[in-house]
Design a protein around this ligand. Structure first.
Ligand code: BGC
Length: 757
């Protein structure tokens, strides 16, 4: 009895704490309450229903079939939002159906996956994170917002802020990599870039932090797989970027497909009500992922769609993307008393609030301006921004004998490989309204840069993919057609330097693109070997959507430049870096493993009880067939100059819990050219109640130094950096000794220490 009473009290409290009834008397509150007061239960449920304008976009077709049903639902106010309807004209038509026919004329909000650009494509988010420059992410998100808003949209399903440690999972391309601190900085920048200071500004759109939560921890990197994650990792690794997005004022959240320790995130009242809407006081709304409410049946936690709807609404999912669960069952659940109508009111209030902030009630058609649309997409200014961001995102992994930058005195250059003249793959996956084949290819960029001075010898060598490559097709890779090898070898033989463009097709990463093997597909390594026989000056221009396994290239290539899928201006940005107009400064946001067997591999691992041993001894935490270390560590990337670190100092060696330590270090450009360095600060909490990682990033600073110049860089370590979450979610700063490490990547640092007394 005592137990049941306790549960009842908690449920009531939970409902009050997490059903924010506005309570305020701002104009917005009054407007929303007034409108809510006029709405019937059916109209409220309609607001909670989101429908696609394009069947089969990213999931199975919805249950309600055909356009007549959709038209009726729109006219009757049974739809609150649409996704995948794009364009000033298309959104105006859909908006008109609702505004002119439904009783209250509440405008739709149009959402779309604007992930790394809308029509002007920027590098994939993982690549952009390699710039370690949140200002660039803010820039690209603001350009994307401007284009999307001109194209009829008010809402993007981005940024994805999932911290990912498993490169087999194809969706790592959409995030900021493996680190929570870096990921949080990019989450904030992207939210601010999309939303600006004012959602009602016609150039800004609402952002959406997704996928809440744990999705990137899908077991064995297989998309949609179950997630088993303890409280310590959940709170310290996965959740902080979501908290950062919420604090930055993100308008919406999207939950995730996965279960966490058996419970679908979509039904998690702990995540969505206790944390997000309770402790964090988030006042926007949560949209489910595509049919994630319906998928609770397949997960085996709901017998039917009605029970799925019940679990989702109680869990805190406000808007149903494509499951049709709320529309079909919420009314009867409320009428039977199984769902308190205050849950519905809370969800609707949140949705209306965001529509209000977007200015949709003032003018439902303000994003439907065909003239603005004509002049806003793919402009010269936007392409210039994309080129800048792309060149800053590239990571120089190897540069033997300073083969790069390419010496302008050479006579000839071979541009070879299946991706060399590919104008489509650089656009990457999740490419919104990019025009197919519209990117500047490597060949185009290099040919322009070479002008009449250097002869360019192009040969494809081989195809990467066979058959049609589209968003929905499963790719097949060329494994037997070597007919182009001969020409590629010939081009390489007669050239001073070879640029070999290999890597991944645009559609090789992204949703549903998990791979067990992340070595280079098809004949690419074989092509490398054939060319290597005739010319050793091979610069590999790697285009990938994830870290890849490249031991042969790491050993034999003269240089490797990771360019990711670099966007609309890819080839120009690559040429900028290859010819030294831009000195590369990107650093890896995700570890490159030596082999798939090392995955998950990440820099901030726990020490274990057996961290090292000697070669004669098996019984320590290691593999018998491979070193533990990665091919390229987190934070790694070279420059055309070199930097040294010295004078690492702390202003104190003892502090009280809650106190600050100032860290300073001198960084010197010891090379011959100007360059940018990303100075990285790591700590290790040496003795704690729960084992802490061997290293955790707690600060970074991108600086530019002239040849020979030195600069002092300072950081502050305070209460936000020195504590951690216990598995129950409590943040604690514990006494004891802390190591401070500063350097150019996670594996090369100088160190000192202090104590919290
Ligand atoms: C993805 C989401 C995306 C949604 C809408 C889902 O399949 O998981 O990230 O926003 O589709 O396209």
């Amino acid at each position: 009895m005592k137990h049941i009473l306790g549960v009842l009290i908690m449920m009531t409290l939970g409902l009050t704490a997490c059903t924010n009834n506005g309570g305020g008397d701002s104009e917005e509150d009054r407007f929303v309450e007034d409108l809510l007061g006029k709405m019937t239960l059916e109209e409220k449920i309609g607001q909670m229903n989101q429908r696609t304008g394009q069947w089969e976009m990213t999931g199975p077709a919805p249950k309600t079939d055909g356009s007549q049903q959709l038209l009726d639902d729109l006219k009757q106010g049974r739809v609150g939002s649409m996704l995948n309807v794009v364009g000033a004209e298309a959104t105006r038509k859909a908006q008109q159906l609702v505004v002119e026919n439904s009783r209250l004329g509440i405008p739709l909000i149009f959402g779309y996956d604007v992930v790394h650009g809308h029509q002007t494509m920027f590098p994939i988010p993982l690549g952009e994170a390699a710039s370690w420059d949140p200002e660039l992410a803010r820039l690209s998100a603001s350009v994307a917002a401007k284009e999307a808003a001109a194209n009829g949209l008010q809402w993007t399903f981005a940024p994805m802020v999932d911290v990912g440690r498993d490169a087999r999972w194809g969706r790592v391309m959409e995030g900021a990599g493996e680190d929570t601190y870096l990921g949080s900085a990019f989450a904030i920048a992207r939210v601010q870039g999309f939303q600006g200071d004012d959602l009602s500004n016609e150039n800004t759109i609402a952002a959406c932090a997704k996928h809440f939560a744990g999705y990137a921890f899908s077991e064995s990197g297989r998309d949609y797989n179950a997630v088993e994650i303890g409280g310590e990792s959940l709170h310290n690794v996965v959740i902080p970027p979501f908290k950062a997005a919420s604090d930055a004022g993100v308008a919406t959240f999207m939950n995730s497909f996965n279960t966490i320790d058996g419970l679908p995130a979509t039904a998690s009242s702990y995540l969505q009500r206790t944390l997000l809407k309770g402790q964090w006081e988030f006042d926007g709304f949560v949209v489910s992922d595509w049919n994630s409410i319906g998928e609770m049946i397949q997960h085996g936690v709901a017998a039917d769609l009605k029970e799925a709807a019940l679990r989702a609404i109680k869990g805190g999912s406000d808007m149903d993307m494509e499951a049709d669960a709320y529309l079909s069952h919420l009314k009867e659940l409320v009428e039977s008393g199984e769902v308190d109508e205050r849950y519905v009111d809370d969800a609707v209030r949140r949705i209306l609030r965001i529509k209000y902030r977007l200015g949709l009630f003032d003018d439902p058609y303000k994003y439907c301006n065909e003239d603005r649309e004509k002049n806003s997409l793919l402009t010269a200014e936007n392409k210039e921004a994309a080129r800048k961001v792309a060149s800053e995102s590239m990571v120089l992994l190897k540069n033997e004998n300073n083969i790069l930058p390419i010496n302008k005195d050479i006579k000839s250059i071979a541009v070879v490989g299946p991706l060399a003249d590919d104008k489509d793959s650089p656009l990457g996956n999740w490419r919104a309204k990019a025009i197919s084949n519209s990117a500047v290819s490597l060949l185009e960029g290099v040919t322009t840069a070479c002008g009449n001075d250097i002869k360019v010898n192009y040969a494809k060598g081989c195809d990467l993919v066979t058959g049609e490559r589209t968003f929905s097709n499963i790719l097949t890779f060329n494994s037997d057609d070597r007919s182009g090898f001969k020409e590629a070898v010939k081009a390489a033989k007669k050239s001073d330097v070879v640029l070999l463009a290999i890597g991944e097709d645009a559609y090789q990463s992204g949703e549903g693109r998990s791979q067990t093997d992340i070595t280079l597909s098809g004949l690419q390594v074989e092509l490398f070997d054939e060319i290597y026989k005739v010319n050793k000056n091979i610069v590999v221009v790697l285009m990938t959507g994830r870290p890849v396994v490249i031991p042969e290239l790491a050993e034999k290539a003269a240089a490797i430049l990771e360019t990711w899928h670099a966007g609309s201006e890819a080839g120009n940005a690559m040429a900028d870096v290859l010819f030294g107009k831009v000195n590369p400064s990107g650093k890896l946001p995700m570890t490159f493993p030596r082999s798939v067997g090392q995955i998950p591999i990440y820099y901030n691992y726990k020490n274990t009880g057996r961290p090292s041993g000697n070669e004669m001894d098996n019984l320590w935490s290691r593999y018998t067939d491979s070193p533990n270390t990665p091919q390229y560590p987190f934070g790694y990337g070279l420059s055309y100059t070199s930097f040294t670190y010295s004078n690492l100092n702390l202003d104190k060696t003892e502090i009280q819990p809650g106190g600050d330590v100032k860290v300073s270090v001198t960084v010197t450009n010891t090379g011959d050219v100007k360059g940018k360095e990303i100075v990285q600060l790591y700590i290790r909490d040496e003795v704690a109640a729960y084992a802490r990682p061997v290293k955790e990033l707690k600060g970074f600073n991108k600086i530019e130094l002239d040849a020979g110049e030195s600069k002092e860089v300072t950081f502050t370590l305070g209460k936000d950096e020195l504590g951690y979450f216990h598995p129950n979610g409590t943040y604690v700063i514990e006494k004891g000794s802390f190591k401070v490490m500063v350097g150019s990547n996670s594996a090369e640092t100088i160190e000192t220490s202090f104590v919290i007394k």
